[in-house]
Design a protein around this ligand. Structure first.
Ligand SMILES: Nc1nc2c(c(=O)[nH]1)N[C@H]1C(S)=C(S)[C@@H](COP(=O)(O)OP(=O)(O)OC[C@H]3O[C@@H](n4cnc5c(=O)[nH]c(N)nc54)[C@H](O)[C@@H]3O)O[C@H]1N2
Ligand SMILES: Nc1nc2c(c(=O)[nH]1)N[C@H]1C(S)=C(S)[C@@H](COP(=O)(O)OP(=O)(O)OC[C@H]3O[C@@H](n4cnc5c(=O)[nH]c(N)nc54)[C@H](O)[C@@H]3O)O[C@H]1N2
Ligand code: SF4
Ligand SMILES: [Mo]
Length: 768
């Protein structure tokens, strides 16, 4: 268990990416005076990257929201009090619901890289509004992947994780963990590969990233052609009989169908089409298939490029066909402590205008403008955004702006004045993640899984009038007349429970209350917050929902929870012990440990097997053969832009003050030196970069790591921030002015952000 902290230091976690590394911070006068890695954190063990050291720029800046705001008719904002804000927002949402139905309301976001507790309490709020429509950034990247998981493993909640640190052969496709992480202690993992001659790392990326510099083999793939490359690898495995027969027979169905299709793949042609040497591709396929522990990892380079859903399917097949699953150093399923991702049946509600399906309970931002900006009688009329900035981060900013103007109501919950907040009718400010209790549901590891509740490390400045998201949602439910303001009996039971949990007084009282008011079942999270939450010490109300989560988790994985050293005869007692440990440890704790064999308990098809053949994917795979080699628009848009590279100094839209950046202040457009020379451009020259729907102006940086014909712009720029004169100035390119919402995966509608056809024009001069 955790050791005492050095005087003056306290612990938290980094809210900038899904790894949530443990931090130790030294607060001084409302600032984070010092920040270092928390060696006691069992996963990050003191690791941190350069971005975390700048965390004070998230806490203290000119665009923090400090009190609720309402838009005046002239477009400016006025300060209002919380009662007015809550009552007016509730009344207007109720009016839309009652007149048009809950389907006219959508919810966007629900959490970011460091905050998911608020989202847990948004579930009851949406139930009251009677809307199934949750739009989320995950549906800008991972929903195709989740859909594939549903087909392979039985449910869209079956999510894979990579034990890459124990792999002896790893293939990383379309991911740059050196900068973007996505795997724990990414830089140490890459260094370890480089040092060990017996381990092989292959990186597939059109750009020679820092990650690629650590690879034994870098395949500088032509953008958008990974499906061809992976099909060529799979074809090699089948044609050279490298499949793991024993594994496939015992654990999978559908292999024969796959084999049938892959047997005929023109390996050389597909490898060349991907811009790769067929001999190298064959060798990788065969060495990987023969490896003791092989592991694949992908990220946005596959998900946000052509064939994104198919790509994620093929990437999994690469590991599954040789049987690199369910063993140390391979890919594995992991448990979900709290439901970050749900499962959507094919019968789940579709969107009313575009008829888009739900995946993992989410809808894709790519269809949002079309769902609003139309005369369709069932269009969306109200949007409630929490922890997201779609006017910057969703595809096609122009279309989103036009659409958002047509909304009857836009409400934004955030900690900063974002571009989306600027467009809102009401802005409801939350405390920062350093000022409140928070946790993320990114518990993505196997065999041991971890969870971390963090306490406030700073007090909100005097005069700030913010409310934590769970309290905002509770008050909205009360204002919607769905629940009472107080639950006196339950509150008392909760206080007793904290003193003598073993008596089970609170669970019994809660059960009785809900039995008497069955409608409240859907508000259980909020009721926990309003009752048990009040009894929790140290401003930890928001963690109340985790009590329920611990109960579910202990019931589902009792053996695995006990392996972390917890005891408790009944699952209720075990859940209680887990909750106590989470609440009383000031860093992450292990919540369960599986054995690798037990991974099969996480496969949720009734037959317990992996279903390899997915008809929709096999159709798309077959159609690759007929795909034209040349783009139709190549003459007018000769370059392919990867719009959204992760670099040393970007972090989604979390840091707004550009001063946080130590380099690349304006987010340069990277271009191969030959391309630059052909266009007569030198470093720092400004260009206009134009797509079919928009244009941005940026300075260029020549970079021989780029593939010729490819360009790259960073994610996380283009935000407004006041300069020294107090005037708002945009920092860097707002890249989604270039992206189009219809350019997306046909199945999941995830955008092709990494494959944007563009042209360049030198500013003030000739078009090139
Ligand atoms: N520094 C930093 N780190 C972050 C974030 C951040 O904003 N900044 N954001 C976080 C979030 S939300 C996410 S989702 C992750 C994303 O993490 P990553 O996906 O790893 O990051 P990206 O740089 O967006 O894209 C990965 C790579 O895909 C490559 N690529 C582009 N097109 C193609 C293609 O057609 N094929 C292949 N094979 N590769 C291609 C790019 O060159 C790039 O190197 O990062 C997280 N970490
Ligand atoms: N062109 C292009 N577009 C992209 C991408 C790309 O690569 N290229 N990447 C996509 C990806 S992978 C992602 S994940 C999305 C990310 O895009 P979004 O989902 O919009 O998320 P963020 O940019 O992280 O914005 C998070 C918001 O949460 C706010 N926030 C921070 N802390 C709190 C808090 O405690 N409470 C509340 N209520 N708010 C808080 C921040 O101020 C910020 O406004 O962007 C996507 N858009
Ligand atoms: S790897 Fe991610 S969580 Fe860890 S310090 Fe860097 S940005 Fe923060
Ligand atoms: Mo993301």
């Amino acid at each position: 268990m955790a050791q005492p902290r050095e005087a003056g230091w306290t612990s938290t976690a980094c809210p900038l990416c899904s790894l949530n590394c443990g931090l130790e911070v030294r607060p001084e006068n409302g600032r984070l005076a010092k920040i270092r890695g928390d060696k006691q954190h069992p996963l990050s063990e003191g690791y941190l990257c350069q971005k975390a050291a700048r965390l004070d720029y998230y806490q203290n800046h000119e665009r923090r929201l400090r009190h609720p705001l309402r838009r005046r008719p002239d477009g400016s904002f006025e300060r209002i009090d919380w009662d007015t804000a809550i009552n007016e927002v509730a009344a207007r949402l109720k009016a839309v619901r009652d007149e048009h139905g809950g389907h006219a309301i959508a919810y966007y976001g629900g959490g970011g890289q460091g905050n998911h507790l608020g989202g847990a309490y948004a579930v009851p709020f949406r139930a009251a509004l009677e809307t199934p429509y949750v739009y989320n950034a995950l549906a800008q990247e991972k929903t195709g992947d989740f859909w594939v998981n549903g087909k392979l493993f039985g449910r869209q909640t079956c999510h894979l994780t990579e034990e890459i640190h124990h792999a002896d052969y790893a293939i990383i496709l379309g991911a740059n963990p050196w900068q973007a992480h996505g795997i724990p202690k990414a830089r140490e993992v890459l260094r370890a590969f480089k040092k060990d001659p017996n381990r092989t790392l292959v990186v597939v990326d059109p750009r020679r990233t820092v990650t690629a510099e650590y690879a034994d083999i870098h395949l500088q793939v032509r953008p958008g052609t990974d499906a061809f490359l992976m099909t060529a690898m799979l074809g090699t495995m089948i044609q050279e009989s490298l499949e793991n027969r024993a594994f496939l027979d015992e654990h999978t169905v559908g292999f024969d169908e796959l084999r049938e299709q892959l047997h005929h793949v023109p390996v050389n042609e597909y490898a060349e089409r991907a811009g790769c040497d067929p001999a190298v591709v064959r060798k990788i396929a065969s060495d990987f298939a023969r490896a003791r522990a092989g592991c694949t990892r992908h990220d946005l380079g596959l998900e946000q490029s052509l064939h994104s859903t198919l790509n994620t399917y093929l990437e999994k097949l690469l590991a599954l066909i040789p049987g690199h699953f369910g063993k140390p150093g391979t890919i594995n399923l992991h448990t979900q402590f709290a439901p970050l991702v749900g499962h959507s049946k094919e019968t789940a509600p579709k969107t009313r205008v575009t008829g888009m399906r739900q995946i993992s309970k989410f809808y894709p931002p790519n269809v949002l403008p079309s769902e609003i900006d139309t005369d369709h009688p069932e269009r969306l009329r109200a949007l409630f955004v929490d922890s997201g900035n779609p006017l910057q981060t969703a595809a096609d900013t122009h279309a989103c702006r036009r659409a958002f103007k047509k909304l009857d109501l836009l409400v934004v919950v955030d900690v900063a004045m974002t571009e989306t907040a600027e467009a809102a009718d009401y802005i409801l400010p939350g405390p920062t993640q350093l000022e409140k209790t928070e946790a993320t549901f990114f518990t993505l590891s196997f065999p041991t899984n971890y969870f971390h509740v963090r306490r406030p490390v700073l007090k909100a400045p005097q005069g700030d009038d913010t409310l934590p998201e769970p309290e905002i949602y509770r008050r909205l439910l009360v204002a919607l007349s769905e629940i009472p303001d107080r639950f006196p009996l339950l509150e008392r039971a909760a206080r007793w429970h904290m003193k003598r949990p073993s008596l089970g007084i609170f669970p019994k009282a809660l059960g009785l209350t809900i039995a008497r008011n069955p409608k409240w079942k859907r508000y259980a999270a909020t009721i926990l917050y309003a009752t048990l939450g009040k009894a929790l010490p140290d401003r930890a109300e928001s963690a109340a929902v985790l009590w329920g989560t611990c109960q579910f988790y202990a019931k589902r994985y009792p053996e695995q929870v006990r392996r972390t050293g917890l005891s408790g005869g009944s699952s209720a007692a075990l859940g209680e012990a887990l909750f106590q440990r989470i609440m009383h440890t000031d860093t992450a704790i292990p919540i369960s440990t599986h054995t690798h064999d037990e991974v099969w308990q996480l496969v949720l098809h009734e037959d317990g097997k992996i279903h390899l053949a997915i008809p929709e994917m096999l159709t798309e795979l077959a159609a690759l053969a007929a795909e034209p080699v040349e783009r139709e628009d190549a003459a007018s848009f000769p370059f392919i832009l990867a719009a959204g590279e992760r670099r040393a100094y970007n972090a989604n839209q979390i840091y707004r003050d550009p001063a946080w950046r130590k380099s690349d202040r304006d987010g340069a457009l990277r271009i191969h030196p030959e391309d630059a020379t052909n266009l007569g451009l030198s470093d720092g020259d400004r260009v206009r970069c134009e797509s079919a729907v928009g244009a941005v102006e940026v300075a260029i940086e020549r970079d021989d790591a780029m593939r010729p014909g490819c360009l790259s712009l960073p994610h996380g720029f283009g935000m407004q921030y006041p300069d020294a004169d107090g005037r708002l100035r945009q920092n860097g390119a707002a890249i989604n002015e270039l992206t189009e919402s219809r350019r997306c995966d046909p199945l999941a509608r995830t955008p092709w952000h990494k494959y944007v056809p563009v042209r360049l024009a030198r500013l003030g001069g000739r078009e090139v």
